[in-house]
Structures are given as C-alpha cells and as structure tokens.
Design a protein around this ligand. Structure first.
Ligand code: BF8
Length: 660
C-alpha cells in the first residue's frame, strides 16, 4: 500500500514522520516545558545549558508534569467516552427507546442495578435503566469517592490506594485536579505529581472506562465468542465498502443495523454492487466486531492505507485516533470522509452531526452516501490487498468462565488450576496502539509470539488485538502453531485461541474484572499484585496508552511500556515509576525500546510471582517442546521498509541523561 501511495502521489504518516526528523531531543526526554508563557524552557541534561526553567522548575518537576498532563488527557478521552454512552442510554430510556436504541442485555442491566444498590425486582427495564444511568452520571461529578465501580477491586488493592491517598473520587474531579496541579506554580513535588496521575488514571480504568464497557454491553449486548476476519483484504471489490473509524459505538452499531436493512441492500444492488460491507478501523472496529462479528480492516496505522485501496466508499469517523490527514489521502479516489462527533470536526470532511435522538435516521443517511459514492468508484483504480485472516473474538469477563469451563464446570477454577499446576505460566494483557516509530505490529507479534511459546495466555484489546488478528493468532488453530505445550493443552481442551480478544481500549476494564475474579476464585494471589499476571503496551502512541499503563501499575500490575515515553530526562521519575512505586502499589513500569528486554522482564515477573505463591513448577520447562528448541520470535519487515520508523526510534532511544 505504501508503493501505491507513491504511485498516487499521496503521503502517509510514515512520510510525514520521516520529514520531521530529527525530532526535538528535549521533547523526547520530557525536558521541554511549555506550561506557561515564559517559555518554552528547555532543560539541558548533557552539559552547559540551563538546569532549571525560568520559574525554577527542574528536570524532575518538568518531566513529571508533562507526564501527568498526558495522563489527564488520556483519562479525559476514555472517561468522556464513558459519559457519552451513559447519556445515550439515559436519553434512550427517557424516550422509552423510541429513538432506535434498545436494551440488548436486560440481564446485565439488572446485575448492574443490584451492584449499584438500585431496586430492580418487579420494576420495568426502562425505570431501572433511568435510575442506573442517573447514578452513573453522578459518578462524574462526585466530590468524595470512592467511585462505585472502583469498589470491585480486591480489598487489599483498595487498602493500598487508601494508604497512598489515590483512591479515585469523582471522575471529572480527578482530571480537573490533575490539570490544576500541573498548572504553573502549583505542585512541585515530582513524586506527588505521579501519585496524583495514578489517582486520575484509576478514575479511568476503574471508573469511566468500566462504565463505558458496562453501558455498551447493556445497550448493544454482552459479546459472545464470534467469528470474523481481519486485514485490508476484508474490503470487497464488488460491494459498497463503508468503514467506521474512531471509538464510540453509539453510531457505528446503528450503521451496522442500517446496512442490513433490505431496502438499503436493494438500493446498493440497484447501484451495481453485490451488497454493503461495513468494516472497522481502530477501536470502533473492535466494538462492532465483538458484538456483531463485523470484519476489521485494520489498526491505527491502517487508516490511511485503507483509503489508498480506492475501494472505500465512505469512512465515518467520530473521536480519538482519527488522523486529520484523512480527507487529503481520500482525495486520491472517490472516497468520502464523514465526520460525526459534535466534539470532533475534520476540515475537508463532510459533516453529518451525530444526535442520539436521530441516530437511526443518521445511520441510514450515511449508508445512502456510501451507496451514492460507490457509483462513482473507479474499478480500475482499486487495489485491495489479498491479505485477510480468520479470527475468533468476543470474550469477556462474564463469558470466559463458560468458555474455559464449559457448561458443567463454568467458572474460573479450570483456569486457576491450570496456572497453579504449571500448565499456564500466567496471563499477560497486551494492549495499545501502533506508532510509526516501530515497524507496524512488529513489537506486538514478537512479544505475543514469545509469550505464547512460554505457555503464557495472552489477553488483548485495541490495536494490539488487531495486530494479532492479522497474524492469525486469534484462531483456535494458532495454539497448535504458536503455543507452548501446556497452553496448547488448555486451548485445545476448551477450543479457544491462545490470544483472547476482549474488545476495545475502554474494555481494558474487562481485563481488570478478570483479574479481580481470579483473586476471588482463590489460590493464585490475594490481590492483583500477587497474581502471576503482567501487562504490556509494545507500540504505544497515544496519551490514553500511558493512562492505561498508569492504572495498571496503580492496580499492582507490572507493565512493560514501549517505546520509552517522555520520562528519560528525569532520574527521579524513572526511579519512582520503575522501582519505588512497587513498594506502594505492588506494580511498576519497565520503560524500554527493546522488545526482547520487555519479554524477558514479563516472563521473569511471572516466574517471580509464581515462586512467591509457591505454585507448582512449570510442567514444560521454558515452554520448550521436546526436540524443538525455540529461538526468540523476530519480525522481519518486508524489504524496502526497514528504514521506516525503526531506525529513528533506535537512534533516539540512545538519548539518556549522563547520570542514567
Ligand atoms: O483506544 S489502541 S491507536 S485506536 S489509543 Fe488509538 Fe491506541 Fe488504537 Fe483505540 Ni487505544
């Protein structure tokens, strides 16, 4: 597709990234402070330059403040998504579900109502939904915590948070307070800033994101294991291709429904197409995959490549991870970009503003635009790569017990037993984005491949899950090809893939719920920090990724984060987040650019936790099947692409302050 971009004279994120080299070294180290207008001040860690900014802030304060601001940004994005879906459910219930939305999972609605202390017995679903969403809305403006959903965390974890003063209070309060504390001349203690950032991150993971997942399940249905396909080859030459891209499923679910309307299909056929193909990019892809089995066109770095195929008729975008370049790239073909969110206009794109009360009508309008665009498609300009891969997705904390234990032994006991007995080494959540700093998916696949071979069950969300999907790791057969013998036995016995796809990035909350359920099951740890689990974001790009990393660490989970975020300029920040914080939360970060180092550290963490718990030795030492010595799984970028991203990332990773 990059060759095709050159043929078409279009630039992509890789071209723009290369054109920006060399990027700012001060910024890369986190040492550029632009928080007030005296600056921007740049701290020189190497020699003669300034050691403090104009206000006197040193490198540690500046790095901590910049990082904390990123955490606030990431938490704001996730939690505002949560707020939107809660509001959509509330308004749908107020209008007695006349707007087209319905309660797809009344069972989950009632389970949640009981958890939230809302009377549900003998009451209509609508009334329960109104009370529940009212209570959920209040969580955003709460002045004193704890957040209702944070009470799901195991008690020992909550005790740690209380002791540190990081139990999340109101969701908005945490974001606002962190922005206040990072304002010029407020919090000047770097470690206090990092603790405050963790509290804000917890308000995301155990708050806004958890609300988003719960409410989306109520509205659109709790997922079940479902088959689908992934990669650009899911685009269809003879169908209207409508791509949905972004994050909130409130419109994309309606678009899927509208695309199945017999009248719309008839209109598409009248325009010469065989049908309407709705596929996704980024987390919207994961949302409609998990519940509807819709195909996935790709992850973050595929958004422009999809447009270059010339086969996309309309791409609908809402919020987050949408490149402003899309209208420019789409100009090579007939493709129409339609922006929909009242919070996110895209200059150069068409506009159809989302209104939850008119969602059905808007979805039909967008489908019609796609059909209209199809008739302008130039078949001679279409180049759809053949690559597409089967997959199984749709796992959740609610349905995993059934898939792991079957009807007669449903529960987490089989999984806990497999871990305790040494068949499975542990569970690792691998999440997050793509970035042009790393060859696309290379870190994801290297890390996942290595962990599977060592009998580690991998749980994924977001663009990380899509990377595995494209590589075939979400097929049950992948356990035969990639898993160590212990993991393979478990996967084969229950028929699941060795990589479990649990949804979009807000669905990292499902991973927290799985961990909590493992603690409750008993036998492999009394809180999250004792469980043989870990996390990784191997190709992190967005502020949301560092927020997720922060709440994982605050929840007691060892987290490998690549590439190194902008922390290298402060010894204090690195020491706290990669070392000292473990005494407080039980978790810590590893910041590295080296995926092998990440892999070794994750495996060492699992082994260390297993030893502390006195679990049985691994059944298959090092996960190596007899007679088949494995080497580290490496990814070779295709010829000609070696220079894209990686070279620069490595070059920049050398930069370290002299005292590091
Ligand atoms: O929220 S993984 S690139 S799409 S930020 Fe964005 Fe990163 Fe993809 Fe989903 Ni998450």
């Amino acid at each position: 597709m990059l060759d095709r971009a050159r043929e078409l004279g279009s630039s992509t994120v890789w071209d723009r990234y290369d054109a920006l080299q060399p990027m700012c070294g001060f910024g890369d180290l986190g040492l550029c402070c632009d928080i007030c207008f005296m600056g921007p001040c740049r701290i020189d860690p190497f020699g003669e330059g300034a050691r403090v900014g104009a206000c006197g802030a040193d490198a540690d304060v500046i790095v901590a403040r910049n990082l904390a601001r990123a955490v606030a940004g990431g938490a704001a994005a996730h939690t505002d998504h949560g707020r939107e879906v809660v509001a959509v459910l509330h308004r749908a219930a107020e209008g007695s579900f006349q707007s087209g939305y319905r309660l797809s999972d009344a069972g989950k609605l009632r389970t949640l109502a009981r958890e939230w202390g809302i009377a549900e017995a003998g009451r209509a679903d609508r009334d329960v939904a109104l009370d529940l969403t009212h209570a959920m809305t209040l969580q955003f403006g709460l002045q004193q915590g704890p957040l209702q959903t944070a009470l799901r965390a195991p008690q020992p974890q909550r005790t740690r948070w209380d002791a540190m003063g990081i139990t999340p209070r109101g969701i908005d309060r945490e974001v606002v307070e962190l922005l206040h504390r990072t304002h010029h001349g407020v919090e000047s203690d770097p470690v206090a800033l990092l603790r405050a950032a963790m509290r804000t991150a917890l308000a995301d993971g155990w708050g806004g994101s958890m609300l988003a997942t719960d409410v989306q399940d109520v509205l659109f249905g709790g997922p079940r294991a479902i088959r689908s396909r992934a990669n650009l080859g899911v685009l269809e030459e003879r169908q209207v291709n409508l791509l949905v891209h972004g994050h909130e499923p409130t419109l994309s679910e309606m678009i899927v429904a509208a695309s199945r309307d017999p009248e719309a299909i008839a209109r598409a056929k009248a325009a010469g197409a065989d049908g309407i193909n709705v596929a996704g990019i980024c987390c919207t892809a994961n949302e409609i995959l998990m519940r509807q089995g819709m195909p996935v066109a790709g992850n973050y770095l595929h958004q422009e490549l999809a447009l270059l195929t010339g086969a996309v008729d309309v791409m609908v975008v809402d919020v987050q991870c949408v490149m402003p370049s899309l209208p420019e790239v789409a100009r090579c073909h007939h493709t129409r970009i339609v922006s929909t969110s009242p919070k996110a206009r895209v200059p150069g794109a068409e506009r159809v503003e989302f209104d939850p009360l008119r969602a059905k009508e808007i979805a039909h309008e967008i489908v019609n635009r796609a059909i209209e665009a199809y008739s302008k498609r130039d078949p001679a300009a279409v180049r759809i790569p053949r690559e597409r891969m089967d997959l199984v997705a749709g796992f959740t904390n609610e349905n995993l017990p059934y898939y792991m234990g079957g009807r007669f032994r449903s529960g987490y006991r089989p999984l806990v037993d497999a871990i305790a007995a040494g068949r499975i080494r542990g569970i690792v959540g691998i999440v997050g984005c793509n970035t042009p700093r790393i060859s696309q998916d290379s870190h994801h696949l290297a890390l996942v491949g290595e962990l599977l071979a060592r009998d580690v069950l991998v749980v994924q969300t977001g663009c990380a899950a899509i990377a595995s999907a494209k590589a075939g790791l979400l097929r049950p057969e992948a356990s035969l090809e990639q898993a160590g013998p212990g993991l393979r036995q478990v996967c084969e016995a229950v028929g699941i893939p060795p990589v479990i796809h649990v949804g979009s990035c807000v669905d990292n909350s499902r991973i927290l719920n799985v961990c909590t359920a493992l603690v409750a099951e008993g036998g492999i740890g009394r809180d999250l920090s004792e469980l043989p689990i870990a996390a990784a974001a191997p190709e992190a790009m967005s502020e949301k990724a560092i927020t997720i990393g922060m709440y994982a660490v605050a929840s007691g989970i060892f987290t490998a984060f690549l590439p190194v975020p902008r922390v290298a300029g402060s010894r204090v920040v690195r020491r706290y987040l990669e070392q000292d914080v473990e005494q407080e939360t039980g978790g810590k970060f590893l910041f590295t650019n080296d995926v092998q180092e990440a892999s070794h550290a994750v495996l060492a963490t699992l082994d260390w936790k297993r030893k502390a718990l006195k679990l049985a030795p691994m059944m298959y030492e090092n996960g190596v099947p007899a007679g088949a010595a494995r080497t580290f799984v490496t990814y070779e970028p295709p010829k000609g692409l070696e220079s894209l991203g990686c070279g620069h990332a490595q070059q920049r990773s050398q930069a370290r302050p002299p005292d590091e």
